[in-house]
Design a protein around this ligand. Structure first.
Ligand code: CDP
Length: 212
């Protein structure tokens, strides 16, 4: 995998793991934290979305466990300002309905998770730290991170932030992500729970950097 934002590796930068459900504010906060601290940011959700996109693009049945894991192993995902899969720009396509609908099933596939977790850990080593956001970052990908955060927000606020996707699609993904057998979304041991409902991004960043 080639890579997303800042950071040339080698230095000792903090490692910050952020998990949370859809619309909890992970992307906005991790981007702001990365900028504030001058470190890279990895959106692992975009990686699962990229696999789901490739599965649909190749006409593979998302419930065919072996074929889907095979797609994950074969494709190159590049996470820069643009997200590309084997050179095709998928930045916008991975946010559309077909991928919203397929991604939680693809992400529940143990073979897919094995491949992506390994690439995510490699990214952190290559960048010497960074902000990594997703669903299993505190529990599985980086249990020894310098800081582990679980973001929440009220259901109404999360639905408002995700009005483009639609409340029922968001609720369905959350249900699937929290109830799957492999790496379900949950508050990991040692993670600080942060409610972003009535908080500004600046205020949250100021508070979080004091925890490092
Ligand atoms: O759009 P939103 O921020 O809610 O989700 P995302 O971070 O783009 O992740 C999309 C989907 O990928 C989630 O609904 C999960 O099914 C899956 N995912 C995961 O299983 N593990 C991760 N570390 C990140 C995302």
């Amino acid at each position: 995998m080639t890579e997303q934002s800042a950071g040339s590796g080698g230095q000792d930068k903090p490692t910050i793991a952020i998990d949370g459900p859809a619309g909890s504010g992970k992307s906005t906060l991790s981007r702001a934290l990365g900028q504030k601290l001058g470190i890279g940011r990895l959106d692992t959700g975009a990686m699962y979305r990229s696999v789901a996109w490739a599965v649909l693009d190749q006409g593979v049945d998302p419930s065919d466990v072996d074929a889907v894991a095979d797609v994950a192993r074969r494709i190159d995902i590049s996470m820069g300002d643009l997200v590309t899969v084997d050179g095709t720009d998928v930045t916008e396509a991975i946010r559309q309905d077909p991928v919203n609908h397929a991604v939680s099933l693809v992400a529940a596939n143990p073979g897919v998770r094995q491949v992506l977790v390994e690439r995510q850990r490699e990214w952190v080593v290559r960048h010497g730290g960074g902000v990594v956001e997703g669903r299993d970052i505190c529990s599985v990908v980086l249990p020894d991170a310098d800081l582990k955060i679980y973001l929440t927000a009220s259901e109404e606020e999360r639905a408002r932030r995700r009005s483009d996707e639609g409340a029922s699609s968001v609720a369905r993904r959350d249900r699937l992500d929290s109830s799957r057998t492999v790496s379900p979304l949950a508050v990991a041991e040692g993670a600080r729970v942060v409610d972003t409902t009535d908080r500004s991004v600046d205020e949250l960043v100021e508070e979080i950097v004091t925890w490092l």
